[in-house]
Structure formats: C-alpha cells, structure tokens
Design a protein around this ligand. Sequence first.
Ligand code: PLP
Length: 399
Amino acid sequence: MTKAKDGSNWGVNTKLAHSGNDPHDFFGFVNPPVVHASTVLFPDCATMESGDQKYTYGTHGTPTTDALAGAVDGLEGSAGTIIVPSGLAAVTVPLLAFLKSGDHLLMVDSVYFPTRRFCDTMLLNLGVEISYYDPLIGAGIEALIKPNTKVVFTESPGSNTMEIQDIPAIAAAAHKHDAVVMMDNTWATPIYFKALDFGVDISIHAATKYPGGHADVLLGLVSANEKHWQQLEDAQTNLGVCGNPNESYQVLRGLRTMGVRLAHHQKSALEIAQKMKGMAGVIDVLHPALSDFPGHDLWKRDFKGSSGLFSFVLDGGPSRDLWRRKSHAFLDALQIFGLGYSWGGYESLAVRVSLKDRTIATGPQEGPVIRLQIGLEDTADLLADIERGLSAANDIASA
Ligand SMILES: *Cc1c(COP(=O)(O)O)cnc(C)c1O
C-alpha cells in the first residue's frame, strides 16, 4: 500500500522534497537506492527478445537515475531528462543530437567559453556553420535565421557579463522557422527560470552548480519538451554518455535543499551587490536584480529570483598592466573567497574573467571584470573580505 500523491499543485520546496522516487518502491526507505549496474537479468528468452521490462541495461537508466530525472522533470515540466557526466556534456550532447553537416547554428556571443570552444572546434569540423549573435538581439534574431538554421542556442544571463536575453521573443522567431531553441539555464535553475514555459525546447543545466551544491560533483542534465524528447534520448543512447549512479544520487540529495540554499544565496548576493555599488574601487556591479542593471526589466518580467553569481568592474586605472596588478591585489587579499573555477557550492569564490573570446558582446571596457560566487557564509564576513580586497587594490599606485 502506498499513499496516493498528486504533486502537480505543490510549491517548489514541497516538490524538491518529495519528487523523483516513491519511498514505498524500496521498503519505505526515504531515499532511493544507489544502483550500480551494467547487466540486468531477464526472467526468460521471450522477455529478453521483446525487451519488455522496466530496466534492460545500465546505460539505459536505473532506479537511481530515474529518480533524479523524474525529480527534474517535475521542476522543468519536461517530457524527459537525460543525465550526462558533466555540465559541458549537457551542452554538447543536445547540439550533436540536433545538428548535422550543412546545418546552421545561431550561438549567443556571451556564451560559457567551453561551449564556444566546442562549437569552434568539433562542430566546425563536423561541417556545421556557426554564427554568433548579440545577446540583446531579442526579436531581431529573425533577420539572422537562414533556411538551414536548425538550432538557436541561448544562455541567460550571459556568462560573466550577465546580459539578459529576451527568451520568449527569440523562441517565437526561431519556431516560426522550425529551429530548435536550447538554453543553458544553469544560473537560474528551474526554480528561478522555468525555461520550457518561455518557449525553450531543450533546457540545459550544469548540475555541478546549485543542484550538487557542495563543490564535489560533476553532472549535467538536459530536459526536453514532448516534441524533442525522443531525438534527445536517442542521441544519448547512440553516444553512450550516461549518468553515473553515485553522482546522480548526490545531485538528487542536493536538490532536496536547493530551494532553501538558493534563497540564501539570492539574499546574500543581492545585499553584497547593493553594498558594493557604493564602495571605493568599484566602477560597476553587474547583477540582474539591481534596478539600474540594463537587463533588469526583462529579468523581472521572466525570472522568479536571482542566484548567488554576479560580477563587478574593478577600477583598474589607466593601463592593462595596472588592471592586472590591481585585480591580482584584490584577489590575493581575499581570505574567505577562494580562487577557483565553477560555482554553486556552499563556499564563496572569486575569479578574474577573460572576455577575449567575445566578438559582439565585448563587455565592460572601463576595467577588469571580476566574478563573485556568494556562498552561504555570513554576509558581514564576506563584505569585510571584499573591503580587504578593494583596499589592497586601491593601494596599488597608478605610477
Ligand atoms: C559550469 C558550467 C557549465 C559546465 O559544467 P561542468 O559540470 O563544469 O562541465 C556549463 N554551463 C554553464 C553556464 C556553467 O556555468
């Protein structure tokens, strides 16, 4: 006997706590088992021939990966979700699934750099034509669509510079010409941006970030609407990039607390961003929830919240050499913020970003851009750390 559940009207934290697996499927244990599997046995030859049982082989899913994929479908409102070994694989697998030689891809210029690297190397070698477009283009994207445009790829906010894209306008233009709309939705998570409701066909997440939440897992998630699910799932089967049971379990575990963690990241990051606006040595703060940020109105229209990642422009002085010295002084003086890649964990991080790859969305030119991931520490301590960094940078003389 199991208790009936109808979670369709649940609030997001209730969904996070209760979706994915039914404890009564496994003796009532609250969490699903971590199933390590390659072989699955069939009771007889006839079943083996028909393949007519729930699980058939480890690469095609297990109770552990199903629990995670099911939970994510509940959040995204998707028809299906594939689990892949990293966030970058969550970008490359759908691109490979929907593009072939001779096709044209429209890629946002403010994209996560490794996505661009994949496009400019492997996709190009496979004979795919790629054009980069301005993240602020909105409905104007229609003018860039060619007869062979098959995919329009979006990422909002833009990587490091936080440009907000008009996703509904871009999706409407793309769909008029039968192009598939993909979005790297890692920053907002499905909690703060429910991509499929805004016309996105394929929603991509580095689960390494907030879903994992503890800087100890690499995993990617790709969710598709009904129209695109089968082609996405076939690509995963053909490529053999499947989710690992331990990582899938850890990400499901992370999802249970993602709502409360994100609320804390949001509140702390916004408080810090607001206070940084008035600090000596800060030229600008790039955070979509700040009312004077250029993309603020679009963000407010479409997003339900903001996460813990934003950037600021440091007053670097007149020369590039000084920019380098002042940003090193800022970063080296930090005691709580770690210097490292990735984000979405419980701990704060800082990194100087490079915008050298950009061709259109070249970003702020007034000084070096530094990205902050605001973790779960107390904001008073983080603010003191930032003040320490700024005063070290401000101490570097312009001479
Ligand atoms: C980190 C990140 C990825 C890649 O995730 P990995 O798990 O590190 O490969 C993809 N897209 C965005 C926006 C990211 O921030």
